[in-house]
Design a protein. Structure first.
Length: 345
């Protein structure tokens, strides 16, 4: 079939790579195909159905092509509806932050919060990030959404400080697209100034994969970030990527966050226990603190204490909660209290 041959040639041509500034870059293509008159009777409908088929190609792993199929229409139309709604969510004030405490192991003292975005959808209710972040990343909406999250988190930090609460670390996730955004440094500096937040208590979380795509650029960029009033840096989901220790020791990183996949089965899983122990020892040797994610049980908590892990977050202490409840948690906690267990919901 001629169309199949054309699609395959396009994918192959793009896969050849492009020289740019002395480096070679590769891109992939997801192609959607709709045909006249089988799939539609006019150009507008053909384009809409080709767009639906393209999203099917992305779902199949990308770098491939898919023909439009009516039976897939319902699912993809729902996705396109979400995308359209997400474009208006910011201007309509539908995004909200929930905050998950980060707690010192042993003392039970809250030392920070991770700010996590939610979408208060007018019809679908409160949506978790898994429902829309991938769409935001693909469409580029993640950049303005990320800017809003950072501004809202800084505003909360300032409000708590003005209410007389002790200053605490506020952690915000940077997406891969944000990290590559050319205006990142100006965005961070501008948001810190506009919110009148204390930059030294703002922490940006990045993943291993983000920094290892171009380690030299990452080292330089992270140093610029640190120069914005002492903004802190954490590597999130540590252990799932392919960090080079030679680069890791050069990154101006304050905290390593052990991925929840290693925490889930400790201490029963000897392999995960050994990896967790090794990450803690390595991080401490590099003068970094360690935060364990996804802690849910007493056994996990006790193991991390025994290994000298510094902090943890997870349902064992609290799920992510709205700002008012986060403030109540903060006001209710006193240094030295035992960990508070909230029922998982």
């Amino acid at each position: 079939m001629v169309i199949v041959g054309v699609a395959q040639k396009l994918i192959a041509a793009l896969a050849q790579g492009f020289p740019l500034a002395g480096k070679e870059y590769h891109v992939s293509a997801s192609i959607g195909v709709s045909t006249y008159p089988d799939d539609a009777q006019d150009a507008q409908e053909l384009l809409k159905n080709a767009d639906i088929a393209m999203y099917r190609a992305k779902e199949q792993g990308r770098n491939t092509f898919q023909f439009y199929a009516a039976q897939h229409n319902i699912h993809t139309v729902e996705r396109l509806t979400l995308e359209s709604g997400l474009r208006r969510a910011l201007e309509r004030g539908q995004l909200v932050l929930h905050y998950q405490p980060q707690v010192a192991l042993g003392s039970g003292r809250i030392v920070g919060f991770e700010a996590l975005v939610r979408w208060q959808h007018p019809e679908l209710g409160l949506l978790p990030p898994a429902s829309f972040i991938a769409i935001a990343e693909e469409t580029g909406l993640i950049v303005p959404i990320g800017q809003w999250v950072m501004h809202a988190a800084c505003a909360t930090q300032r409000a708590w400080r003005e209410a007389g609460l002790a200053p605490l670390r506020m952690s915000v996730n940077l997406s891969p697209r944000q990290f590559l955004h050319s205006g990142l440094i100006d965005d961070i500096a501008g948001l810190v100034r506009a919110s009148a937040a204390d930059a030294a208590f703002l922490e940006l979380e990045i993943t291993e994969g983000m920094v290892m795509q171009d380690p030299e650029r990452a080292v330089s960029l992270l140093r610029e970030v640190r120069n914005i009033g002492g903004v802190r840096i954490a590597i999130d989901d540590f252990g799932t990527g392919h960090s080079s220790l030679a680069y890791l020791k050069r990154f101006p990183v304050d905290n390593l966050k052990i991925d929840r996949s290693f925490i889930a089965d400790i201490p029963a899983d000897r392999g995960d226990a050994a990896i967790t122990q090794a990450i803690i020892a390595m991080a401490h040797s590099l003068e970094m603190k360690v935060i364990a994610e996804g802690v849910e049980t007493q056994a996990q908590y006790d193991f991390l204490v025994a290994q000298g892990c510094d902090e943890y977050q997870g349902y064992f202490f609290s799920k992510p909660v709205p700002e008012a409840q986060a403030r109540e948690l903060l006001q209710a906690r006193a240094p030295g209290e035992a960990p508070l267990r909230l029922t998982r919901r």
